[in-house]
Design a binder for this molecule. Structure first.
Ligand SMILES: Nc1ncnc2c1ncn2[C@@H]1O[C@H](COP(=O)(O)OP(=O)(O)OP(=O)(O)O)[C@@H](O)[C@H]1O
Length: 273
């Protein structure tokens, strides 16, 4: 079977005129249709850069990305990116309005009735039926995340690109969202590339784990654990230690080495003068 996403020799360089930094360099991997793959590594190792390249938001400098055999060079409705943070809903639209807004950009021929029904279906899937007429400011962080998921799934993308989507939630909220994501993934069969810096999260969620360090893909680990995954199990603890060792070893002891900024910020210069 051909992979849905194929990444070969992917390189993204930031900066101009001699001051450059490699966001990612010579990255190679495949993702099969329906897989849930995590990308993990320390801050600054290139996780977001990778996701933005796959989303088509960044022009890359070397290599290729193929989605279903077609070269990715711009954003498209087959990919939907869920960003970090809780400010991704339009504050002037209701929860239902936010979902319908996204659907209208993709499902152009749908009648208002169909849009409303379909929005209702996805809001029910994420447990927000009773909140459809509320505005984003009325929602908790976890509820906003549910609304993002409803909006993302409603456009029926082939790939969900998720950039530390649960990073702003507390431990309880995060666990609830992980469980919901797994439920939705099983139900829809959508392919997911999930960026995180949380080892537990990547073990609980993913089939395979891409370990990044300093812009390079250092290892691809297949998750050997059956679902549901319990952190009390000996197998879980062993795998946790393996992933942890891999991140630690590959990044070197201590922090991810800080890479010099590619572009000197004008306001920073002004402040220092
Ligand atoms: N727009 C940009 N201009 C210049 N350098 C950038 C830009 N975006 C990212 N970088 C650099 O590219 C490298 C990778 O950044 P990226 O945001 O992809 O890392 P990350 O692993 O997602 O980090 P975090 O976990 O903190 O979000 C870093 O060295 C960063 O400074």
């Amino acid at each position: 079977m051909e992979p849905l996403i194929k990444v070969t020799g992917l390189t993204k360089i930031y900066g101009t005129s001699g001051q450059t930094v490699a966001g990612i360099k010579d990255v190679n991997f495949d993702v099969m249709e329906g897989e849930l793959v995590s990308v993990i590594g320390r801050s600054g190792c290139g996780k977001t850069t990778l996701l933005r390249c796959i989303a088509g938001f960044e022009k890359y400098d070397g290599g290729e990305i193929f989605l279903d055999g077609k070269r990715v060079c711009s954003p498209g409705p087959d990919r939907f990116m869920v960003f970090q943070g809780l400010d991704q809903l339009f504050p002037w639209l209701t929860v239902r309005g936010n979902v319908i807004f996204a659907m209208k950009t993709v499902h152009k021929g749908m009648t208002p009735k169909e849009l409303r029904e379909r929005a209702g279906y996805y809001l029910e899937l994420v447990g927000l039926s009773g909140w459809a007429d509320c505005y984003p400011y009325q929602l908790s962080g976890g509820m906003k995340q549910r609304a993002f998921l409803a909006r993302a799934l409603s456009v029926n993308p082939r790939v969900l690109l998720m950039d530390e989507p649960f990073g702003s939630l507390d431990a309880f909220g995060r666990r609830a969202m992980q469980e919901l994501l797994l439920k939705l993934w099983e139900k829809t069969g959508v392919t997911i590339v999930f960026v995180t810096h949380d080892i537990d999260e990547c073990i609980k969620l993913s089939d395979r784990i891409l370990v990044f360090a300093s812009g390079s893909l250092k290892a691809i680990l297949a998750n050997p654990l059956p679902r549901p995954r319990q952190c009390e199990d000996a197998g879980y603890r062993n795998f946790f230690a393996e992933v942890s060792r891999m991140i630690g070893e590959e990044a070197g002891a201590g922090e991810e080495p800080v890479r010099e900024p590619a572009v000197r910020l004008k306001w920073a210069d002004a402040t220092l003068r």
